[in-house]
Design a protein. Structure first.
Length: 225
């Protein structure tokens, strides 16, 4: 590791802000736990997104302001969300049926690892000995588009983007885009393509902290927000 790798990395909110740009207008979107839950606060003005939760909610607002929390309106991470006109409530079976039926356009998930082939592992860290795959397995298989929002490395600075996952998988070859605190990486038929880097970082420095080989896009640029 070189001293350049101690450069500042992007905040979780910036990751969420970049992911929000990828959400389609009028799309049905499921946000996972962690950084993904922040995405709802940064959807570009004028764009409509219908949020789905396997707990039985369709079409809720962003995170609720302090003092406006409703104990019955929470997201996947247990955070309070704002009510919006046209919210729909249903049982969990219907919530999962929407996912398994292919009616969710985009899911944004956190991850422990993503492989060069787009496999995702996000439910179990063996050293902790606990984990629950929950709805992530269904989302990885059923959503039309899977975006991963995560830190580029773990707490020991080990790469989370790896050639092959060695943690229990959630889904295989399903991830289409990875947004981290260092980079935006798209999975293509040719492999992982580095499209954007955090300000002050080079493609070579990002590759140093990546366990899978990256192809550098000819139009590589700094994060676009």
């Amino acid at each position: 590791m070189t001293h350049e790798n101690d450069k500042p990395r992007l905040d979780r909110e910036i990751i969420a802000m970049r992911v929000a740009q990828e959400l389609p207008d009028g799309g049905y979107v499921n946000l996972g736990i962690g950084i993904p839950t922040l995405v709802s606060s940064f959807v570009p003005e004028g764009r409509t997104v219908f949020y789905h939760s396997e707990s039985g909610v369709l079409n809720c607002g962003p995170l609720a302001d302090e003092g406006e929390e409703d104990i019955d309106l929470i997201n996947a991470g247990g955070q309070f969300v704002k009510p919006v006109p046209g919210m729909a409530f249903f049982n969990s079976a219907d919530g999962f049926a929407m996912i398994r039926g292919g009616h969710v356009d985009v899911t944004v998930l956190g991850a422990h690892q993503v492989s060069a082939k787009g496999d995702i592992a996000n439910w179990m860290l063996p050293q902790r000995g606990v984990g629950n795959v929950g709805g992530a397995m269904d989302l990885a298989a059923g959503a039309k588009d899977v975006i991963v929002a995560m830190e580029h490395t773990d707490r020991e600075n080990h790469p989370k983007i790896v050639q092959v996952c060695d943690l229990p998988l959630t889904g295989k070859e399903c991830v289409s885009l990875i947004v981290t605190d260092l980079a935006v990486i798209r999975r293509t038929t040719e492999g992982l393509v580095l499209e954007e880097v955090a300000p002050g970082w080079t493609a070579e420095e990002v590759q140093e902290l990546t366990g899978a080989r990256l192809t550098v896009s000819p139009s590589l640029r700094e994060f676009q927000l």
